[in-house]
Design a protein around this ligand. Structure first.
Ligand SMILES: *Cc1c(COP(=O)(O)O)cnc(C)c1O
Length: 448
């Protein structure tokens, strides 16, 4: 029999009443596989760390979301939020399910075109659309969501030169009871800016008003806020109809549905507090069908859901590098996954699990990443068992934003693999090499 590792005995205070009547479990679960593929095999074949995505989970989550809306409302269209995860394989999965593309830059716009999305199925958001891309969007019949008056005037100028009308919507910001209010994007509802720009658009011969858009924030835990927002957009649609006898074809409610991750400082785990797609759908669709919009004029409902559709499909697998005792006597475990890869650890308390069965004894542990930087903390404190150098770990729910906001800081970015619905594994983004970076650099003559 293999000699067991010595673990020093510790005394733990029982935290009864936290966070519910059963107390906080100090027993740590393990996660040994993703979709039946053992984590140890993933690490052996693709390296440590590796990002893992499950195609099945992406499709299941998308279908669940779509069903929540299509069972309540006649015309529904999703548009994949590229910035949430713009790996081509991921975008193509959403497009194959019927999603359009929602982009916020020229880079993302071209990516959508390269992914085979028709121009007329691209929604162009954000405060930064160059003249070149505004012209391109007009030519391609894309939906341009105007963010500010400067953009409106640029568009008037550019559209005048085109033989086509620009298909436009406005982004509207408003008080929905969620604070701080996101008023930096779009035109405000309460102060009249939104109504003002709508009138300007209706009087322009080169712009065609097609929609009303809002994106009230992100990780919104109160579905009712969406009901308030949808009512306000419906009210604008009704005013346009009364004044101009003109029907707006869509209302786009943006993204912002919460994922099951736990926000820092939250009292209860995200998986217990996160509203369901049905909760959000009920709130939004009720606001629209109960509005003054006539049934034959009901707009298409567009949703740009990002994190809630992809977070659960992503995992990071990695390895323990070392353990140490901090001066405070707290245990520290260093793993090879840092904030360079897990950018969302700045606002989420990510769950970290051992992959192999470990001792039942847990103690408060700080989990550090491998970077030479003090802020490289994955978990400030987590009840964690003693793992040894070389032991694998897995972090679930990392599919949203990490693969776009990650940093090439100190080290190279790893492989990303996709497990398809038949459990075949595909590398969908290769690990970076030094060559990737030297290719971009140029040495001045006198230094070479
Ligand atoms: C980021 C973004 C989304 C997606 O937001 P989530 O919170 O990830 O759902 C949708 N629409 C716009 C305009 C965005 O900027």
């Amino acid at each position: 029999m293999k000699k067991l590792k010595y673990e020093r005995p510790i005394i733990n205070k029982i935290q009864s009443g936290m966070p519910d009547k059963f107390g906080m479990s100090t027993r740590v679960q393990t996660i040994s596989d993703v979709e039946g593929i053992p984590v140890v095999n993933i690490i052996k074949n693709y390296g440590s760390p590796t990002f893992v995505l499950s195609e099945q989970t992406i499709r299941d989550t998308y279908q669940e979301a779509r069903e929540a809306f299509t069972t309540r409302y006649p015309k529904v269209q999703f548009a994949w939020s590229y910035k949430t995860n713009y790996l081509n394989a991921v975008c193509k999965i959403f497009h194959s399910e019927g999603s359009w593309a929602e982009v916020v830059s020229g880079f993302e716009y071209d990516k959508a075109i390269d992914n085979g999305v028709k121009g007329a199925h691209i929604i162009f958001n954000g405060p930064d659309k160059s003249d070149e891309y505004l012209a391109k969007s007009i030519e391609n019949d894309s939906f341009i969501h105007i963010d500010h008056f400067d953009e409106f005037y640029s568009l008037i100028r550019i559209a005048a030169k085109s033989s086509k009308k620009a298909k436009v919507a406005i982004r509207v910001n408003m008080d929905t009871g969620i604070y701080p209010q996101w008023d930096r994007f779009g035109f405000n509802y309460e102060n009249g800016d939104a109504w003002n720009v709508l009138n300007k658009i209706m009087l322009s011969k080169d712009l065609e008003l097609v929609g009303l858009h809002t994106h009230i924030g992100t990780y919104i835990l109160t579905p009712n806020a969406y009901g308030v927002a949808a009512s306000k957009l419906a009210e604008l649609a009704v005013r346009v109809y009364r004044k101009f006898n003109y029907v707006i074809s869509y209302i786009d409610m943006g993204g912002g549905f919460a994922s099951k991750n736990t926000l820092k400082g939250a009292y209860l785990p995200g998986k217990d507090t996160c509203p369901t797609f049905d909760d959000y759908a009920e709130s939004i669709t009720n606001a629209l069908i109960n509005s003054e919009i006539q049934p034959e004029n009901l707009p298409t409902l567009i949703l740009e859901t990002g994190r809630a559709l992809i977070d659960d499909a992503g995992y990071l697998v990695g390895t323990v590098l070392a353990n140490k005792r901090l001066v405070s006597s707290r245990r520290a475990t260093i793993i090879d996954i840092g904030v360079n890869l897990l950018f969302t650890s700045f606002w989420y308390e990510h769950e970290v699990y051992p992959v192999k069965e470990v001792s039942e004894q847990t103690e408060d542990t700080t989990i550090y990443g491998p970077l030479c930087m003090n802020i490289d903390v994955i978990r400030e404190v987590i009840k964690f068992p003693l793992l040894q150098k070389g032991d694998p770990v897995i972090i679930p729910r990392v599919g949203a934003y990490n693969m776009t906001q990650w940093m090439q800081f100190i080290t190279l970015r790893p492989n990303i693999i996709l497990i398809d619905t038949s459990k075949n594994i595909h590398v969908i983004r290769e690990e970076e090499t030094n060559e990737v970076f030297s290719r971009q650099e140029k040495l001045p003559e006198h230094l070479s």
